[in-house]
Write a protein that binds this ligand. Structure first.
Ligand SMILES: [Zn+2]
Length: 295
């Protein structure tokens, strides 16, 4: 069904012709739990419309989402802190090839795991996080994470690195967020961005069982329209690749079983909680960009 409307404008290209991609699963009022990082409700989303000109998929019935993040608590996220730390260490190591010192800002910093990894690698790091609970957890560890969203009155550039890892799919104005980031970056600074790829093989194979279809994700990019958005915001791409994530075998087992009916679920032996493996499902995009310098 093709929908021409003046009420929806594509967040990437400004187009206003859309096809309905998926109807909304919102039946009762959503709560912060639906937005938890480790939420299991794969395949549940708001109404998704796909832009005919650039293919970007955006949610049209969820817009004021920031309140959900402010009240978000996620014990399981904190329980998997060790493996998440490993993941952030690998990511810091990766982008250090492009920028290995200076001021770093992590947007959507959670409880400061990347901030911690960056500090350990010689960066002067800080972060910003909407969830009060996650921000307090960062504070307890003496990690400099401010509560709120970016731009933030206490956060001043220029930064040498700004990280936007698994964040841009959660925001209603990705274009203005990137413009604000560009303004806060030093001329030679880099933006490190990670987001799911809706054109990946995993997304196609699992269709609406794909783990990235969830209420919290309100924008779905592919490599092409992400490139369009970044270039419009004044960035040029230095490297585009696919990130690996690090998980314990237990975490993966529990996630895997969630695809099956409840009666075949069982508990896993404790040893699986100790073994961490890299996973590259090739279903996310990792981009390193620089500002285009006006000559
Ligand atoms: Zn578009």
């Amino acid at each position: 069904m093709r929908k021409k409307t003046n009420t929806i404008t594509c967040w990437v290209c400004g187009g206003n012709e859309f096809t309905l991609k998926k109807t909304s699963d919102i039946s009762t009022d959503l709560t912060s739990e639906n937005f938890a990082i480790t939420n299991f409700d794969y395949g549940k989303t708001g109404e998704l419309q796909q832009c005919i000109s650039c293919g970007f998929i955006q949610c049209t019935d969820l817009d004021a989402v920031v309140n959900f993040y402010e009240d978000l608590r996620d014990e399981e996220y904190e329980n998997t802190r060790n493996e998440r730390k490993l993941q952030e260490q690998k990511l810091v190591k990766f982008f250090s090839k492009y920028k290995n010192k200076g001021r770093l800002l992590d947007i959507g910093a959670g409880s400061g795991i990347m901030v911690e990894a960056a500090l350990e690698n010689g960066f002067v790091a800080e972060g910003v996080e909407p969830s009060k609970w996650l921000q307090q957890n960062a504070q307890k560890r003496n990690l400099p994470v401010y509560q709120g969203v970016f731009p933030h009155p206490k956060i001043r550039g220029p930064f040498d690195v700004i990280a936007l890892v698994d964040v841009i799919e959660h925001v209603t104005h990705p274009s203005s967020l990137l413009t604000d980031i560009s303004e806060a970056l030093a001329n030679e600074g880099i933006l490190v961005l990670v987001t799911p790829d809706v054109n990946s093989i995993a997304a196609k194979v699992f269709r609406y069982k794909w783990w990235h279809y969830r209420f919290a994700h309100i924008g779905y990019f592919n490599k092409k329209n992400l490139t369009v958005l970044l270039e419009k915001a004044g960035f040029s791409i230095v490297k585009m690749t696919r990130p690996s994530w690090y998980f314990t075998l237990k975490y993966l087992g529990v996630r895997f079983l969630s695809f099956f009916p409840k009666f075949i679920r069982f508990s896993f032996p404790g040893i699986l909680d100790k073994i961490v493996v890299p996973v590259n499902l090739r279903d996310s995009i990792l981009v390193v960009c620089k500002k285009k310098i006006q000559k």
